[in-house]
Ligand binder design. Structure first.
Ligand SMILES: [Zn+2]
Length: 349
């Protein structure tokens, strides 16, 4: 059964009667409507910075790391979430500058990240969860940090970059970390870093902010492809990976990936299953694709169980709640799963 699109969107708290554009117009009523909705909208893709770590960095090579004010957590974030009809955000810290740090600094930074996010989540238990920002350059330490983050600080998983300074995360060196994530049963959210270690020599210079627009999805595509072809997802069959930006280009060009092992004698494939199959159980993908046809194709390739809502707040990308709510090929149950239910199950929230 499908329900009326406008009624559904209104139920999400995004539209008041007579309005066709979600967002600003609905500011006044969306917080209230959020209260009466019978399911939650959960956002896997939400960033913040933690300026509390700045004093730790005095006199280190990281003393100039910026902590931009509008990316810090404050009550304004909750207002912004209400305006968009987001119930819960799963916070992550990206840019991963601490991947360059030595073990002493990295340990302090990650611990303070966790403590600070944990405190914020505890003071807003209905609205926030968080991911541990492990120091992946030290895989054993990262495994310990993840366990501590989950057991002591209530972290719901880990957040990692697409590589460690260019070293692919499918390298067996990182297996202790993957093993820990699998053993703890928590997902790993990978966020790219503008393909900084993918393409050098100005490949993304020029107009269009290509490092973000092309580089980010490219880095995600490469990251996921490596985890598949290098056998990481086979070595850890219960591992769950969450990929931002609609999974990069992988779901839109999956046919080529699927035939690689058959047609390329030098592919040296380590995967035991067709690449597409990993996208149906081990890889979860956010909704940041911004077009109706893009979302339709994504769901067609990976299934409604594997797509989750992502906003990339506090960055100002278009919201995808209405895109999901208005998708006529999705049942109400599938819409609710994509908007929140899939993440509730994955994260145990
Ligand atoms: Zn992001």
């Amino acid at each position: 059964m499908t329900i009326d699109r406008r009624a559904f969107v209104r139920q999400l708290g995004l539209l008041s009667a007579g309005l066709s554009v979600p967002g600003l117009s609905a500011l006044a009523q969306s917080g209230e409507a959020r209260q009466v909705r019978d399911f939650r909208v959960v956002d896997i893709h939400a960033h913040c910075v933690v300026p509390e770590v700045a004093p730790l960095l005095d006199g280190t090579p990281f003393s100039d790391v910026p902590f931009i004010g509008w990316q810090t957590l404050s009550e304004t974030r909750i207002d912004d979430m209400d305006a968009r009809g987001i119930d819960v955000q799963v916070l992550s810290i990206n840019r991963f500058w601490w991947y360059r740090a030595d073990e002493v600094i990295a340990e302090k930074v990650v611990r303070l990240h966790d403590q600070t996010l944990s405190k914020w989540c505890e003071s807003h238990p209905e609205r926030f969860a968080a991911l541990c920002s492990v120091a992946l350059q030290f895989p054993e330490l990262a495994a310990e940090q993840l366990e501590r983050g989950v057991t002591e600080y209530g972290m719901r998983g880990a957040s990692v970059g697409g590589s460690v300074l260019g070293e692919p995360l499918s390298s067996t060196r990182f297996d202790p970390f993957w093993a820990k994530a699998e053993a703890l049963g928590v997902p790993v959210f990978m966020h790219p870093t503008s393909a900084a270690f993918l393409m050098q020599d100005g490949a993304f210079d020029g107009s269009g902010d290509l490092g973000n627009i092309v580089g980010n999805p490219l880095e995600t595509t490469l990251f996921l492809s490596r985890l598949i072809f290098d056998g990481t997802l086979d070595r850890f069959p219960n591992l769950k990976i969450v990929a931002p930006h609609a999974g990069g280009y992988l779901p839109s060009y999956l046919g080529r990936t699927d035939v690689a092992c058959d047609v390329r004698p030098n592919a040296n494939c380590q995967n035991t299953r067709l690449p597409a199959e990993y996208l149906k159980d081990q890889i979860v993908i956010d909704s940041m694709i911004f077009s109706a046809e893009g979302l339709r194709h994504l769901v067609a390739e990976v299934g409604a169980t594997q797509v989750v809502y992502g906003s990339d707040m506090p960055f100002n990308w278009p919201d995808t709640i209405e895109l999901i709510a208005s998708a006529d090929y999705l049942s109400d149950a599938e819409k609710q799963a994509i908007l929140g239910g899939n993440l509730e199950s994955l994260l145990g929230i």
